[in-house]
Design a protein around this ligand. Structure first.
Ligand SMILES: Nc1ncnc2c1ncn2[C@@H]1O[C@H](COP(=O)(O)OP(=O)(O)O)[C@@H](O)[C@H]1O
Ligand SMILES: [Mg+2]
Length: 300
């Protein structure tokens, strides 16, 4: 097969691992920097241009779209979809996962546990928002944050009100969430490929930070998921229309609570768990490229 990995960084750990595993399994593989592609549109002839050439003959793409290029990246993915090239992640699912509000709505509807969450933008009733999630301490998140930036723990009512006002002044959409104190600065990342959890780790925050993101100095360790955690991760990925997903969950007193579902999850989990995530993705790509593209069934 001819597989293209859509990635901005040829030397990224995830990209090099995918290239390596694809080659090992006998595929021809190319890395396309989607940020440098352009698309040409004319009636019935969608093409992607890259490096002075039109890309043709690709059997499957594996998008690794970074958070800050979601829109452009997903439009390149869409262009391949219009040419009926199989993609491991659909353009619509990439866009969907990037929006925390939309994600929480879909997750809530799917029946997986989530922290109680309120969306707001401009409201005079900050007190009412706080009351809905049980009062301070609360977590306040910007709708498009990533890597732990844009997530605030407001420990007191006053701090929470000030943060909401500040976000309001900046005109950003945000969500206010009950603070799950018992997770104690740890969360669980489950890597799902084609409906199965292929690797899982627990991330523990550095010193007294409440955020466990590896980008915030968090450390990963191997963790064995409970049945319910595994099922929750699978259900969350499905609810988001993602066959490849990094599902983040908190261990709470009332069971796993899903925080977010990442459409281009990092491969740092391989180093922590020793699992060959890249090989799982290539295997999935082989099987699915043959059966063709699946229709997105999420409907929102
Ligand atoms: N409601 C919450 N209660 C406790 N900790 C939380 C909560 N929400 C987020 N966190 C912590 O903050 C981290 C970042 O939050 P997350 O929603 O995943 O944002 P990001 O997209 O920036 O990673 C999580 O990994 C978790 O450790
Ligand atoms: Mg996160």
């Amino acid at each position: 097969m001819k597989i293209a990995i859509l990635s901005k960084g040829r030397k990224n750990y995830s990209t090099t691992r995918l290239v390596e595993q694809a080659k090992l399994r006998g595929h021809e593989v190319t890395v396309i920097n989607y940020a440098k592609c352009f698309v040409t549109l004319e009636q019935n002839n969608p093409v992607v241009n890259y490096g002075g050439e039109i890309i043709t003959d690709i059997d499957a793409i594996i998008p690794r779209i970074s958070a800050n290029l979601t829109n452009y990246g997903s439009s390149i993915v869409r262009q391949f979809e219009m040419q009926n090239v199989f993609t491991t992640t659909s353009s619509i699912a990439i866009v969907r996962a990037r929006d925390k509000l939309r994600s929480m709505q879909l997750l809530a509807k799917s029946g997986v546990g989530i922290p109680k969450t309120v969306f707001a933008r401009e409201t005079a009733d900050y007190e009412g928002v706080l009351e809905q999630v049980g009062g301070a301490p609360v977590i306040i998140k910007v709708a498009r944050g990533t890597h732990g930036t844009g997530v605030v723990l407001a420990e007191t009512r006053k701090a929470a009100l000030a943060v909401m006002q500040a976000f309001n002044v900046e005109g950003v959409n945000f969500l206010v969430q009950e603070y799950i104190a018992e997770s104690k600065g740890s969360d669980i990342r489950a890597f799902v490929v084609n409906g199965k959890v292929v690797a899982s780790m627990m991330r523990n925050s550095n010193d007294d930070d409440f955020r466990s993101n590896l980008h915030q100095g968090g450390q990963g360790e191997v963790v064995k998921l409970t049945d319910i955690e595994r099922k929750t991760a699978q259900k969350a990925a499905k609810a988001m229309g993602l066959t490849i997903a990094g599902v983040d969950m908190l261990r709470s007193d009332r069971g796993p609570l899903v925080l977010e579902v990442n459409a281009s999850p990092g491969f740092g989990i391989e180093k922590v768990t020793g699992r060959n995530v890249a090989a799982s993705i290539i295997e999935y790509t082989e099987h699915s490229a043959k059966t063709g593209r699946r229709k997105d069934k999420v409907g929102a």
